[in-house]
Design a protein around this ligand. Structure first.
Ligand SMILES: Nc1ncnc2c1ncn2[C@@H]1O[C@H](COP(=O)(O)OP(=O)(O)O)[C@@H](O)[C@H]1O
Ligand SMILES: O=C(CO)[C@@H](O)[C@H](O)COP(=O)(O)O
Length: 528
């Protein structure tokens, strides 16, 4: 035990709005947490919510050097606070899913010869063919999606191969757009990484492979064979397999950290780098999800995901390879209008205060007297709809609600959409079902109460709001023993269990069952 307390594992998360890290010791106890907010701490990149929304309102990118500089700042801050890097046995991490990094020819040589006297963002400034990386919020590739689906025989055929029909934010469609609109930059590109494998490359000092789980979010990988689908690659861009490199199991050790980290920060030379993955797969690991549980992540995006054994891809939602068990899968639904929409309504109806936002939820009743709202500030993913739509108890569209009613309508509407769409994918709430909540908004008890009431199930949380970081610290610890046959479940056996946060209010089922039916019909009506 004493020896275990001496060792340490790091989990990083390059998410939409910030870079975060969690350190655990060998007993899996959290010993350090830190973060760098992109908008406020790196203002020179002029992002809003970590991104740039372009004039067409569909193209959304982030400056790649902002992520690199955030890593400089985070590691320097840890060193200056006395963090002992010499204890770190392994690092792993995650990134917002689907985003892509285009490395310029020659970048690999630069990565292999990093001068420890200099900051990474100076060393790597010439390394990117595209300075602005497409990210998951982008929805500018509708044409590429149509063309990819047509080339494989339709949306369901594409889902049968890659786990998802064509989605605008998925990396293959983003690559096809860059190939079409920026042929010069594309031809200068030596390697295309996901944000997760890009981050792993920074630690490795070499190009890191894309892992099976995050690779499932590209519309390019055959999720059953766990290799690139040649028909999808050909439909996307020429010579793509060389540019994408190999795929790797999500539990693989990729190598040791670059000497840069030993010399600059004091990492041991044999500190292992375990494959990085997507932030939702990282959260699945951090929440120690069990079959039957439903996870709800309330970050910049809202997502709902589950552990599944027998995947049945459909034209709604996504199937990804499971990040901790190679024989399993995970199903995921993504909602683009998550925290940023809650923040807008908080600012307009609660004077910018979460406390007043929460009071409004406490002071209004379940079911909101029959008022229902759907808030799609930006073109939604699930369902593909835009605009704000409010309906009164008689089902008539109205132009405004009172502030308190607006707040409840937003939160109830967001959670009813999650339940309706999860049930469409076959998820059933049964006796003993647990909802596991994570992400920034899971710190808000009143929001969790609405979640619990709408799902009529108890909601659990873990101590660390960033389950992706924690999950990747666990994955780092697992990676060093995975080769000797130890399972992830075995590795995290003694980690703290999720704790009960709230139970459904008595009577919730009677209120929400009829309301969910109304919500589903109104949503269908809206789409028509
Ligand atoms: N008390 C709170 N109530 C509701 N939402 C909150 C609260 N505190 C933080 N948040 C939300 O959490 C969001 C950030 O969540 P996080 O999971 O860290 O995002 P990401 O990982 O996508 O960068 C913020 O945009 C903010 O709206
Ligand atoms: O697109 C998806 C999942 O398919 C998003 O969930 C991104 O992975 C962004 O994650 P957050 O930064 O919101 O956690």
């Amino acid at each position: 035990m004493a020896e275990a307390a001496e060792s340490c594992f790091l989990g990083f998360d390059f998410s939409t709005q910030q870079l975060k890290v969690v350190a655990i010791d060998g007993n899996l106890e959290v010993i350090h947490q830190s973060s760098v907010q992109f908008d406020s701490e790196l203002p020179e990149f002029r992002t809003h919510g970590g991104v740039h929304i372009h004039e067409d309102k569909l193209t959304v990118t982030s400056p790649v050097l902002m992520w690199v500089k955030a890593l400089d700042v985070l590691l320097e801050r840890m060193r200056d606070s006395g963090f002992d890097f010499s204890r770190v046995k392994a690092v792993s991490g995650s990134g917002q899913q689907h985003g892509s990094v285009f490395w310029r020819s020659g970048a690999r040589q630069t990565l292999k010869r990093l001068n420890p006297q200099q900051r990474l963002h100076h060393l790597l400034q010439g390394c990117f063919a595209l300075q602005d990386s497409p990210v998951w919020m982008d929805s500018s590739t509708a044409d590429e999606c149509v063309s990819l689906e047509a080339s494989v025989g339709g949306a369901q055929s594409l889902a049968d191969i890659t786990g998802s029909r064509a989605y605008e934010r998925f990396t293959g469609n983003q690559i096809a757009k860059i190939y079409r609109l920026k042929p010069k930059e594309f031809s200068e590109t030596e390697r295309i990484s996901l944000i997760s494998s890009f981050a792993a490359s920074l630690f490795l000092g070499d190009f890191a492979p894309i892992d099976f789980s995050d690779g499932s979010g590209m519309n390019l990988m055959d999720i059953f064979q766990k290799r690139w689908s040649s028909v999808c690659l050909q439909a996307t861009a020429p010579h793509l397999s060389e540019r994408l490199g190999e795929l790797t199991p999500s539990t693989a050790v990729l190598g040791c950290v670059s000497p840069y980290y030993s010399e600059r920060y004091g990492f041991p030379q044999n500190c292992r780098v375990v494959a990085f993955t997507g932030d939702n797969p990282g959260s699945l690991a951090g929440m120690r999800l069990r079959e039957g549980d439903l996870a709800v992540s309330l970050g910049t995006s809202d997502t709902v995901f589950l552990w599944i054994q027998e995947p049945k891809p459909s034209v709604e939602g996504h199937i990804f390879c499971n990040p901790v068990d190679c024989s399993a899968y995970m199903a995921l639904i993504c909602f683009k209008n998550g925290s940023l929409t809650r923040e807008r309504v908080r600012d307009e109806c609660a004077g910018g205060s979460w406390e007043r936002f929460s009071s409004a939820l406490r002071d209004t009743h379940m079911g909101n007297s029959g008022n229902i709202g759907m808030y799609y500030d930006v073109l939604e993913i699930t369902p593909a709809a835009a605009g704000v739509h409010r309906f009164n108890a008689e089902g008539h569209q109205v132009s405004a609600f009172q502030p308190q009613v607006e707040i409840r309508a937003l939160v109830e509407g967001q959670f009813m959409a999650k339940r309706v769409h999860a049930e469409k994918l076959g998820y059933k709430i049964i006796q003993g079902s647990r909802v596991l909540a994570t992400g920034g908004a899971s710190a808000n008890r009143e929001i969790l109460q609405v979640l619990s009431d709408v799902f009529n199930a108890p909601v659990y949380t873990i101590d660390v709001a960033n389950s992706a970081c924690l999950g990747c610290a666990y994955r780092a610890a697992h990676g060093v023993v995975a080769d000797s046959g130890v399972s992830f479940r075995e590795t995290v056996r003694n980690a703290p269990e999720p704790q009960l946060a709230v139970r459904p209010t008595p009577g919730a089922q009677e209120v929400y069952l009829p309301m969910l039916e109304r919500f589903a019909k109104l949503e269908e009506q809206l789409l028509r």
